[in-house]
Design a protein around this ligand. Structure first.
Ligand SMILES: [Zn+2]
Length: 66
């Protein structure tokens, strides 16, 4: 649980990013896999959730999926 999270994931989503940490994604700015902060669901593709978060190293937006 992140006390700084501004909003809970909408109830319609069956997946809660906050239950799976740390989340890893590939940051194009750092050119490496990084820990992603503040992950949030931005869409669904098939049986995968599209998420976006912020790179722990540089703060850039990092899209990824689970
Ligand atoms: Zn980065």
């Amino acid at each position: 649980m992140d006390p700084k999270a501004p909003m809970r994931t909408p109830a319609a989503w069956s997946f809660d990013p906050s239950t799976k940490t740390p989340l890893l994604g590939y940051c194009p700015n750092c050119s490496q896999s990084v820990i992603v902060l503040k992950a949030r669901i931005v869409g669904v593709a098939g049986d995968q959730y599209l998420l976006e978060g912020n790179c722990k190293r540089c703060g850039e937006a990092v899209p990824f999926s689970v």
